[in-house]
Write a protein that binds this ligand. Structure first.
Ligand SMILES: [Zn+2]
Ligand SMILES: [Zn+2]
Length: 266
């Protein structure tokens, strides 16, 4: 489903962080966001939407410093705009997905290029943007190579699809067990972040959401799952959530494939 408006804008801005709504609709939450963190010498752009708009140009209007483009994970709604950048950073473990996610692009695994874009591997650790430090945190769960970014200055965490109202835990192949995803969430709690910006939410969400998601994982039992109907994704997807759906402040939980229960619960 595509709804391209070509008009980019940000839904949230604070101390050099911009949460930018990209074009294209996503079933469920509706929109996808890219996040820009601006330092004195460099800026970091996390994700780039479906690629139906001129995000790189828009980012150039928000800052004059050079921009490092990275993705929270290699999914088409977060990495679809890769062609606008000469260089793009992603986690090594999501590299194998590029071929599958962008079947029409020429992916060269040896040279690490996707069409004309050079790919580079993100390393866990700190990155200095000039009087502003951010930390890349590896958080497998949604995909094997999912990462979150912590901005020390604002104590904001950028989570991509790792943490949001509803998290998809059926995308990783091989399957990532719930306990590994829980460890990723605990890793986020090791930092002193106060709020997080998720890839499909316009405004920050509170740190306490992390505990809410951990509680959902801990209370999970297969009998409590209910069918999640998304035609194109087959009929084995299940939801384990509280609340009634997006827009309900109580809505929290995850979606999984009931055929992978053994591996998920390992
Ligand atoms: Zn995703
Ligand atoms: Zn997404």
């Amino acid at each position: 489903m595509k709804d391209v408006e070509q008009a980019l804008f940000y839904t949230y801005c604070r101390d050099g962080i911009y949460h930018i709504q990209c074009s294209g609709l996503v079933p469920g939450p509706g929109h996808v966001y890219a996040t820009l963190i601006v330092g004195k010498e460099r800026a970091l752009l996390i994700d780039n939407g479906y690629g139906d708009d001129k995000l790189a140009e828009y980012v150039g209007e928000l800052t004059e410093v050079p921009v490092i483009a990275m993705v929270s994970h290699a999914h088409p709604d977060h990495m679809g705009g890769y062609a606008q950048f000469e260089d793009l950073w992603l986690h090594e473990k999501d590299l194998c997905q590029c071929r599958e996610v962008f079947p029409d692009a020429t992916f060269n695994q040896e040279k690490l290029t996707l069409n004309g874009t050079r790919l580079h591997f993100l390393k866990e650790g700190e990155l200095d943007l000039g009087e502003r430090r951010v930390r890349i945190i590896s958080t497998p769960g949604h995909t094997a190579g999912s990462v979150c970014v912590y901005d020390e200055k604002t104590r904001m965490m950028i989570t991509g699809d790792t943490l949001s109202q509803r998290v998809f835990l059926f995308c990783a192949k091989p399957v990532i067990p719930f306990r590994i995803y829980k460890q990723s969430l605990l890793k986020l709690l090791d930092t002193d972040f106060q709020e997080f910006l998720a890839g499909h939410h316009p405004m920050p969400m509170p740190r306490s959401w992390t505990n809410k998601m951990i509680a959902m994982l801990e209370s999970f039992s297969p009998e409590k799952g209910r069918t999640y109907e998304r035609e194109e994704l087959g009929n084995s997807l299940m939801l384990y959530t509280t609340g009634r759906g997006f827009g309900d402040p109580e809505y929290c939980g995850f979606c999984y494939n009931c055929q992978e229960l053994k591996e998920l619960m390992a």
